[in-house]
Design a protein around this ligand. Sequence first.
Ligand code: HAM
Length: 438
Amino acid sequence: MNEGAGVDPSVYRAPVGTHDVLPPESDRWIEAVATFADRARRFGYGLVVTPVFEHLEVFQRVGASTDVVRKEMYEFEDKGGRRLALRPEGTAPVVRAFVQHRPTPPWKVWYLAPHFRYERPQKGRYRQHWQLGAEVMGVDDPDVDVEVIALAHGFYRDLGLTCTRLLLNSMGDAQSRPAYVAALRTYLLGHGGAFGDEFRARVEQNPLRLLDAKNEDWQDVIERAPQLTEYLSDTAVAHFEQVQQGLTALGIAYELTPRLVRGFDYYTATTFEFVSDALDGAQNAVGGGGRYDQLAEDMGGPPTPSIGFGIGIERVLIARQAELGDAVPAGPRLDAFVVDALGEGAATLLVAELREAGLAADRAYGGRSVKAQWKVADRSGARYAVMLGRREAEHDAVAVKDLRDPDGTQTEVPRREVAGWLQARREQGPHDHPGVNR
Ligand code: HAM
């Protein structure tokens, strides 16, 4: 019997809130990753790879009062009875790895990882999304804040995004925060008495979370709440001013945003978010981060002031498509498509030779007619077709045709020189990646 019979066909689709990344979208995806990796390397960051799941407690540490941790985690018990969760955010695993391995500070790392949040899916908000992130652990220097922000800022610029704005705030330090939290709680309970039990419970648990609450009815009261900046200690103010001066010196524009509290409990001092005006309001954050000077200690490590950010790859690609449209390069193209009229393994050998010479080369399969092979060559997007023809073979040559030339003239090239000939054309460019602002 057919085992598929009787099964709801929807189980053979990617689960709600997840999606497959296929070519050519995946070309853009890998380009974004490579661009970030190159920039992180130039800034002196090494790649860190942590497990996709951790002990539940690792994530509970980062936000007992946050929706991501309270309501959206993919938690499970493994067959050995361990309580685990799929990574909802990337900072906690990196801090856990730091505390476990005790590398010498400053520890500068970057990551690429899938993240899992049981959210209400919509465009730009998924149950599995990918983040590119960076963390610097073990230094409390405003220059590091500036460097980390510059790393993210430069990445958006590399990809040609121009509608991205940097929102900046300071959450204060261990001295300034408690006084503010107490004042905010008193204010919110005093002015929001009519808002009901949910409001009260959230204020009791962590009044900071209310500052970015979306509930329309509460907005008036929230807007008039005391601001954290009024409560910053002298040290926190000095740190924050140096960050602002550093950004200005690098020509990085920012908007001071006193109600930017970010979604996790671990944030201290500098916090920031990059929003794209090319995206819908609710999902317009293309990245965000900040300092988390206590988290390593909270996990049993030494005092380790740290800062980092996460960037949502899907959102960046949506923003890029919205801003650049068809100007977004479609990804790496083939240098050559081999059309074979000789048979007997000639195409296999030539394609292998071209690939070993560093060229991107492909061919048709399945013994197709020469005419059919030309059709595939035309559709392939390759720059050149390399024809293994009988007439040319008589004097050890191939015919090369520029597939972008509408007149379709063919050039005869000696067989043993074809790789060099294609390489020379490739170096001359321009190839298929027109001017994205690099
Ligand atoms: P986050 O703001 O929760 O921060 O996520 C970072 C970025 O991931 C967001 O700005 C957004 O671009 C993307 N993102 C978040 N949730 C989704 C989703 N459901 N679907 C698609 N994209 C999403 C963090 O996760 C912190 N760990 C960042 C950090 C690192 N802070 C310090 N170091």
